[in-house]
Write a protein that binds this ligand. Structure first.
Ligand SMILES: Cc1ncc(COP(=O)(O)O)c(C=O)c1O
Length: 202
């Protein structure tokens, strides 16, 4: 069987995949199985920010893998505590870090934090979240609903959590905020939804 056939037979078909088989990466260059070279503008959808085969990253991963491969969140995790401090210090951010496994989990966590705030800090509960039209926020039930693209809200996954609305432009954000709104979630550079620039004044 070819790789494509294997994937189609044994992999759950949740993505419309391209079947170019990249076998190696070096910096921003990707090498395909057939010898073709590509410039990796996608970076694993904006994830590989230090490039492929980065020697510092590779050494850090190898070093950690040789010590402890995984430890649960029920124990203190030394590199995590130190990284949290480093991020806060570099960002000059007086807050705390939540480590997540994916963008969807990060956004889901942000929505939970906002909703807890809306539940505990006001006399009348605030739970509504405003996002932008054309946005994309993830593939969990809640982040699919937070996504401002109607075709993602298929009946297959319903019922969805309530309280999400989608607007076009920052003026509309301000107009939509009411006394039950707890958060505005904005994907500043949109990907899935195409390029949707705001007016410069906004
Ligand atoms: C803007 C945006 N937010 C959230 C996500 C979800 O991230 P993940 O696929 O890591 O769950 C994506 C993924 O494509 C994204 O493009």
């Amino acid at each position: 069987m070819t790789l494509e056939e294997l994937d189609k037979k044994y992999g759950l078909q949740t993505y419309a995949r391209d079947y170019t088989n990249f076998v190696k990466g070096e910096g921003s260059t990707l090498f395909a199985e057939n010898g073709d070279e590509y410039i990796d503008f996608a970076s694993g959808i904006a994830v590989n920010s230090v490039g492929h085969n980065n020697p510092i990253l590779v050494a850090a991963i190898q070093d950690q893998a040789a010590k402890i491969i995984h430890i649960s969140n029920l124990q203190i995790i030394e590199p995590q505590a130190k990284l949290a401090e480093k991020i806060c210090t570099l960002a000059d951010y007086d807050g705390a870090i939540f480590f997540a496994n994916s963008g969807a989990e990060a956004n889901e966590g942000a929505i939970k934090i906002a909703r807890k705030y809306g539940e505990t800090r006001f006399e009348k509960k605030r739970y509504k979240v405003i996002t932008l039209e054309h946005s994309f926020h993830g593939r969990t039930i809640t982040t699919v609903k937070a996504t401002g693209q109607e075709h993602f809200h298929t009946p297959n996954f319903s019922p969805y959590p309530a309280g999400f609305s989608y607007v076009q432009g920052l003026d509309a954000v301000y107009e939509t905020i009411d006394d039950e709104t707890v958060a505005v979630m904005i994907e500043l550079v949109q990907g899935e939804g195409g390029v949707q620039p705001f007016e410069k004044e906004e």
